[in-house]
Design a protein around this ligand. Structure first.
Ligand code: ADP
Ligand code: MG
Length: 298
C-alpha cells in the first residue's frame, strides 16, 4: 500500500471502527490494528494507533457524586476516571459504601454525576435530559440486579417482554424476541411460569433474558449473585461469560473474590476512589484449561 492508501484505510477504519468491530469482533479488530501498525507511515507513533483501537465503550473522567443528606454531604465518588473497552468483562469490588452502586447508576445512565464527564459509545451523557437518558438506556444497556426485580404474578415471558413495551416493539415481534432470549438463558420451557414458581437462579436467568432482549452493548449487573447459593452463582457467571464471549460488554459489582475471578479485569474501590485496576486470568479460562488437562490425562 502507498502511504496515501494507508492513511485512507486508517481513516476508514477509524470512522467505521464500531460498525466493523460489531461485524468481526474485537479480536479480529486487534489483528487488523496490528497489521496496520506494521505498515504505518514512518514517523507515526505505534501507540496509540490513531483511532483504530479507540473502541472504549465507556469513557469516564473525574466523576464525582455528592449526596446531600440534610445538612450533611456524602462524597460517594471522589474523582473516578475509567475507560472500558467494548467486549470487556469487568468486576468492580470494594467494601460496602465505597461507591460501587453509585458508579453503576451513573454508568447505567440512571443517575448523573455531580461533576465530571461520561461518554457512553461516544455520546456525552453528563448533559442529558431525562428522556435522552431513558433513550440511551433503552438502546444500549441491560440491567441485572441482586433481587432480580421481576414483576410478581407475571409470567417469565411477559417480564422479558417489558423493555420492548417501552421501546415500542410490536406484540408479535415482542413475543418472538422474548422467547428467543428465554431460550438463550436455558428457560425456553418455563416461559409461562411466574417468579414465585421459579428458583432464585431461574429468576435471575429471566432477569438476564430481560436485560438481553433489546440487544444491548452493555450489561450492568450489581451484585447479580448476591442472593444466590454458590452453585447457582457459578451457573449465572457461566451465562454472563458466554454472553461476553458473544461480544457483549459485561460489568459486574461483587463482594466475592470467587465471583470477581470470572472477570478479565478487576477494579477495586475504596472511599469513592479506584485503588486497584488489574487485568487477570479468569475462572472461566482456568476451568477450560483444567478441562483440557483432563482430556490429555484421560
Ligand atoms: P456501595 O454500592 O459500594 O455499597 P454506594 O454507592 O451505594 O456504595 O454508596 C456510597 C456512599 O453514598 C455511601 O456512603 C452511601 O450511604 C451513600 N449514598 C448512596 N446513595 C445515596 C443516596 N441516594 N442518598 C444519600 N447517600 C447515598
Ligand atoms: Mg451497592
Amino acid at each position: 500500500m502507498s502511504n496515501k492508501e494507508q492513511r485512507f484505510t486508517l481513516g476508514l477504519l477509524a470512522m467505521e471502527g464500531s460498525v466493523l468491530s460489531s461485524l468481526i469482533g474485537p479480536t479480529d479488530m486487534f489483528r487488523i490494528a496490528q497489521k496496520l501498525a506494521q505498515v504505518r507511515d514512518p514517523g507515526t507513533p505505534l501507540w496509540p494507533p490513531h483511532g483504530v483501537l479507540t473502541m472504549a465503550l465507556i469513557e469516564a473522567r473525574e466523576l464525582t457524586k455528592v449526596y446531600a443528606m440534610g445538612d450533611q454531604t456524602v462524597h460517594a465518588l471522589r474523582g473516578v476516571s475509567l475507560d472500558i473497552e467494548e467486549g470487556a468483562f469487568v468486576a468492580i469490588m470494594g467494601a460496602s459504601g465505597s461507591g460501587k452502586s453509585t458508579l453503576m447508576n451513573i454508568l447505567g445512565c440512571l443517575d448523573l454525576p455531580t461533576s465530571g464527564e461520561y461518554r457512553l459509545a461516544n455520546e456525552a451523557v453528563e448533559g442529558m435530559q431525562a428522556d435522552q437518558l431513558a433513550s440511551i438506556r433503552n438502546r444500549r444497556i441491560g440491567f441485572v440486579f441482586q433481587q432480580f426485580n421481576l414483576l410478581p404474578r407475571t409470567s417469565a415471558l411477559e417480564n422479558v417482554e417489558l423493555p420492548m413495551v417501552y421501546s415500542g416493539v410490536k406484540a408479535a415481534l415482542r413475543r418472538e424476541r422474548a422467547m428467543a432470549a428465554l431460550q438463550k438463558v436455558g428457560l425456553g420451557e418455563r416461559f409461562q411460569h411466574t417468579p414465585s414458581e421459579l428458583s432464585g437462579g431461574q429468576q435471575q436467568r429471566v432477569a438476564i433474558a430481560r436485560a438481553l432482549v433489546n440487544n444491548p452493548q452493555l450489561i450492568l449487573a450489581d451484585e447479580p449473585t448476591g442472593a444466590l447459593d454458590s452453585q447457582t452463582s457459578e451457573d449465572i457467571m457461566r451465562l454472563l461469560t458466554d454472553l461476553n464471549g458473544q461480544g457483549m460488554t459485561v460489568v459486574i459489582v461483587t463482594h466475592e473474590a470467587d465471583i470477581a475471578a470470572w472477570a478479565r479485569r478487576r477494579i477495586v474501590f475504596r472511599d469513592g476512589r479506584i485503588v486497584e485496576d488489574v487485568a487477570a486470568w479468569t475462572a472461566g479460562q482456568a476451568r477450560n484449561d483444567d478441562a483440557r488437562d483432563g482430556e490429555v490425562a484421560a
